[in-house]
Write a protein that binds this ligand. Structure first.
Ligand code: SAH
Length: 259
């Protein structure tokens, strides 16, 4: 800090806040309070305009949006931005889509804030998997079907992400695949190679909880083709091993008719 700039009278602080899946009704009250009292809000691309509209009018709003494989604000620049504002004494809200602890690069930002000797806390949010499973009337876990659920990313820093395909290919497995649009064909190929049933239900939920929410019910076999046809442009979550409840009922019904 420059010698003749006085230190801020009150210390800055960073709240890492989950914005939920998009519907402002799915914000926590604590998240809403943080937006109402922030001096600076640094947000992701995933945060909807309806939620940004709840930020107090005097706050500085900064878009640190990042695209999957595309051009992105470097993480180090975002870290520096957060630290710079908090150092000047601001109450900073780092607003992330869904829950900040799920595929949110939270740790890198906490490390930067920690290294600067600044205080921080995390406000959880509703993650896309929770909003998406609610949209199809299913549970993430179900007695007799799956006693575990996995949250996977379709791609990571090195490209398509590798997973325990053999386990995922077993009947009854349920996985919520984040950032899975571009990797749909890769995931399909790996699962089938490891023995997955081609008829395994797969459901893609685009824009979960938002007015433009869409549900695509398909199978592992048809996933890449159906995804391409549906022209999914919004954020989308892919459930491996789950069909929408109504479709499941219909399926059981037609099986009965066939029997
Ligand atoms: N922290 C976020 C996830 C960030 S990774 C969370 O907890 O939800 C970004 C991915 O999240 C997207 O590529 C998409 O797979 C998923 N996602 C986020 N919001 C979504 C929404 N409203 N509907 C469907 N998927 C969503």
């Amino acid at each position: 800090m420059h010698a003749d700039i006085p230190a801020p009278s009150h210390p800055g602080h960073v709240a890492f806040v989950g914005a939920g899946p998009g519907d402002p009704d799915l914000l926590t009250i604590r998240a809403l309070r943080a937006l109402e009292s922030a001096d600076v809000v640094i947000h992701d691309r995933l945060v909807t305009p309806e939620i940004l509209g709840l930020v107090n009018r005097n706050a500085v709003l900064i878009d640190a949006g990042k695209e999957g494989f595309g051009p992105s604000a470097a993480q180090t620049d975002i870290n520096a931005l957060i630290v710079q504002h908090a150092r000047s004494g601001a109450q900073v809200v780092r607003l992330k889509g869904g829950d900040p602890t799920v595929f949110g690069r939270l740790d890198e930002e906490i490390d930067a804030v920690d290294a600067a000797g600044l205080g921080w806390h995390v406000v959880p949010g509703i993650t896309a998997a929770s909003a998406s499973v609610a949209a199809i009337g299913q549970s993430l876990t179900k007695r007799g079907r799956n006693a575990a659920v996995r949250f996977l990313t379709g791609h990571d820093m090195k490209g398509f992400a590798d997973h325990d395909w053999r386990t995922l290919a077993r009947p009854g497995e349920v996985a919520a695949i984040y950032m899975g649009k571009k990797s749909a064909r890769f995931i399909q190929g790996r699962l089938i190679m490891h023995g997955a049933d081609r008829a395994t239900p797969v459901t893609v939920i685009e824009n979960a909880s938002r007015p433009d929410q869409r549900i695509l019910a398909t199978t592992l076999d048809r996933l890449p083709a159906d995804l391409a046809r549906a022209n999914v442009t919004g954020p989308a979550l892919t459930f491996l091993g789950l069909a929408p409840r109504a479709a499941e009922a219909q399926l059981a019904h037609s099986r009965q008719e066939l029997a």
